[in-house]
Design a protein around this ligand. Structure first.
Ligand code: SF4
Length: 195
């Protein structure tokens, strides 16, 4: 049940941060970029478990931020069990938060669950957590194997989500800087005033 995530290119909205750590989830965002660009999800021999379309987007974000004077790095995941942010182990979360302490903001490439996972790891930290992709719904996809080593994804449908403000316990309980329906980025307050 992958989430269909739209990549955002308004990088100038992040330039007020001095330093940014990009934290990519490597499942739904990669599938979304592959589907939208009509490119393979994986080529086993060539791409080393990475989705080329997604890697290009991460590198574009990094270089665009660096062009604007923002110190930028990527929290890289190289092993399959590290790819899915909403299923990170406590060890992985601790490692991420240790690196995050050197940055003003974390730009999470993933859905609201990815941002929530990062928030849950933050505890008393004072940096911002920014959801760097927009959730457009849940996609139904048909994987196909293409000889000799490619997996492609055929998009069958996208079921839209209806973001309803349902009070303090809904996912919108985060302290959003703007209405997420209109903003390019949803900026979460990482000081965890959630309870
Ligand atoms: S964190 Fe979100 S984007 Fe990443 S795998 Fe889980 S549901 Fe998909």
């Amino acid at each position: 049940m992958p989430v269909y995530l739209k990549d955002i290119h308004e990088f100038e909205k992040l330039e007020h941060f001095e330093s940014v750590l990009i934290v990519p989830c490597r499942f739904c965002p990669a599938a979304s970029l592959a589907v939208r660009n009509n490119e393979p999800y994986l080529s086993f021999f060539r791409d080393h478990l990475q989705t080329a379309a997604y890697e290009r987007y991460i590198e574009t974000m990094k270089s665009e931020l660096e062009k604007r004077g923002v110190k930028t790095d990527v929290f890289r995941s190289r092993l399959p069990h590290q790819f899915v942010v909403c299923m990170w182990t406590s060890r992985r979360r601790k490692k991420q938060i240790k690196q995050a302490k050197n940055y003003d903001a974390l730009v999470v490439l993933g859905c609201e669950a990815a941002a929530q996972t990062i928030l849950d790891s933050c505890e008393a930290s004072s940096f911002h957590v920014v959801q760097g992709m927009r959730n457009e719904g849940i996609m139904s996809i048909l994987p196909r194997f293409q000889f000799p080593d490619r997996i492609t994804l055929q998009l069958n449908s996208i079921t839209p989500l209806f973001h309803q403000k349902q009070g303090p316990d809904a996912w919108m309980r985060f302290d959003l800087e703007k209405d997420s329906a209109n903003s390019m980025y949803s900026i979460f307050n990482a000081r965890r005033n959630l309870q």
